[in-house]
Design a binder for this molecule. Sequence first.
Ligand SMILES: O=C1O[C@H](COP(=O)(O)O)[C@@H](O)[C@H](O)[C@H]1O
Length: 823
Amino acid sequence: MFCRFELTAGSVVATFARTLTLIICLAAVGSPVSNNKHSVLVIVGGTGDLAEKYLWQSVFDVYLSIVENRHDESNWSPTPVNHTIDFYAAGRSQQDKGSVILNKILTTAVKCDVDSERQCLKTLTEFIDKVTYITLLEDEDYALVCSELTRKFVNFPASTTRELILFVAIPPDAYEAVLAKFHKHCSALRSHNVSVRLAVEKPFGLDKASAETMSNKMLSYFEEEDIYRVDHYLGKSVAKAILPFRHLNPNFEKNLNKDFVEKVEIFIKETVGVEDRLEVYNTMGVLRDIHQNHLTQLLILVSMDLPSDMNNTVEVHQNKERLLKQIEPVTRHNSLFGQYKTYAGNAKDLESNNTGNSPTFAASVVKINSPRWRSVPFLLVSGKQLDVRESFIRIVFKDNYVCVSHCAHKNLEEKGKNAKQIIFHIGHGSLHRPSILVSKSFEKAHCPEHFKESLDVNSLSTHAVYGDSLKQFYVCTVLKDIPAYVSIFADILANRQEHFVSTTQLLLSWQMWDYITSAPKKIRIYEHSDPQGHLNFIVKESQLEFAKDIGPERDGDNERVVSRKSDEHKFMQTAATFLGQKLVTSHTDHLAFLLARDIDKAAGADIQSKGSFHIAFSGGVSVQKIFQVLAHSFANLHWQSIHVWQVDERCVPHQDERSNFQMLDRELLRFVDIPYSNIHAMPVYTGGRLCDPELGGAHAYAESLRHIVPNSQLDFIVLGLGTDGHTASLFPMSADLHVDSNTFVITTEDGPRGTERRMTMTLPLINRAKRVTIFVTGSQKQEIVSKLETDTLQSVEHYPILGVNPVNGTLCWYIDYSAYTED
Ligand SMILES: O=C1O[C@H](COP(=O)(O)O)[C@@H](O)[C@H](O)[C@H]1O
């Protein structure tokens, strides 16, 4: 039987968490139910930058509200709970030195409100005394601290709820050692009924692979429900009010879909530059710093299906994850990049080899492939050194109003009534307070809890906002703007995990941004605050274009190399090889995505440099996956400039299910906007005859390749691998392996087990290509993969795939886990 009770801690911090609902389920019948709780909060990195700038002030605000049990205009209710908290700042310095630094931070950086009562100053002094510095460096330090904590915890009666929160605010390359040592020496706390939770600050990886590695490490020490990944935007007052607002206003909610919404703009604009964070920022750029986390989380809040219970963590997470699965990965074609003028010069001064190619501005259109949102562009925009500091979500509704009578007499006021938008004004900018604005052409909105209807709009701003006069909006303003970190600490203490990022959400959001973060980029340089509006852009369906052409953009191609390098030491990724060539491994679906992404990248580069891209595909079940990914996630490739060729084909008509072309057409070509003249199907069936040598189909195909593609050099070839080591339709011991000209042939023998003959590309033609890839998936390929590495009979005769060896091009293997790893 589970018992349950709820406890409400009223406090300043609980503005949005207002009811800090702590649900404690005790597994044993008759377990004592307690109103007492003791928490220990350890901030690792407690003397660091973030701690100094935000964390200790926020922790103090939470503490103050708990101590004072304060009632105020926001109607926070008092807590019935006796909640005691001990605070520790952990660092690597020795005790005496660390204590001095901590004391300096606490006495200078933590303050009471100017208008706060004298009581606050007294509480602050108490608080400063309560925060203890601890050294966490060697194993012995952890052992000592944890045995001391255990001793203190067991002094509390068994009925007291006990918890230890490890708040990690240090760079990710230092996490691992901390978590491992903590686990080794502090896990025993759990056997004393202490629940141990981890709160952690971004960055959560630099790409999906490193995020996955890092998450797996965390999950080997903590349960998923004990991990609180902090995204401070989820602590901002308006962000927290989005779901409640949607819940309270069903009439708006029912319009939040593609039938009514024209576009959604999500902006985080900053006026500051990168300043003293250059070293870190340069490995991230704006996409990793803002888009992958803050902007994506805001996008989720506004577009996810509304949970029936917003306090139900499981349901909230499920809905967020479902939405994320429907988002298409962002590609180069739907993104624009900029960099403020002085950035590169500053970055070049760094000691590392950074070339300063990280964008400081990016705009991307995100598409949600769901019945609710399909075709609605979500514009995610952020930049540094822009004209104003402002963050908002602006939902613009379709304007279906048609004026028939007296249209010319409509005054501005009337016209404004037709504009339809809902704006979640998260902060700064032209409004003095975080607010929610709803166009008056809608019915009046209900303001969510902790917001009030603002009738005196002049006190909010004297300017026009979001293209309209403020008078044309109903406005809900926040009663008290609680700083994001205050809200975050309150949520951690109240176990409200729905305001944090789950592992699944993290990995899905990386999947969205993974490609574009490392893809080559054209970067437009802009002046501080962009006085000429060079960053203004136009949305054309799902493509973006800068509105003004200002000549060539800078090429940011080196970015990948730069960030890779720094990833390497941060996450210790090693480059993999197979048979001496580059190897990429992953789960099948992700592997197909990675190959499709590499095709996209190669196509982008070639189209830009020479105007066209020629790719040849093999047939086979594995390759089908790539077609599907290309069709559904990369449909924005510049198909007008892409030519598709075939590596091989069975001698069957295209209507035959065994036809490779049929699959190519069914799974890819019909979904993309490729000109008919760019599709080069193998002529296996001519004049009612199949692969008749007299018709010279193979020769004709080679000729058309020669005419269309300079030097018959294909830009990209996707090959498969048979369980017998064949590739294309070149089988072991076949005479076709010895053809030495750049041509296609009709195979000399039937296919395996007496199947029909084929037309195939020969090895010399394959080896002429610029990039050759071999895509291998499924456990049935395990044996051949391992034979290729171990068999002493390494001849092309036995294993035709070994004949693939581009003369001037590159070769890359893509082998999925089930083919690469032994069961
Ligand atoms: O996490 C980050 O956010 C800040 C912007 O946050 P805000 O609350 O001031 O809007 C950004 O400056 C920083 O680069 C980024 O890492």
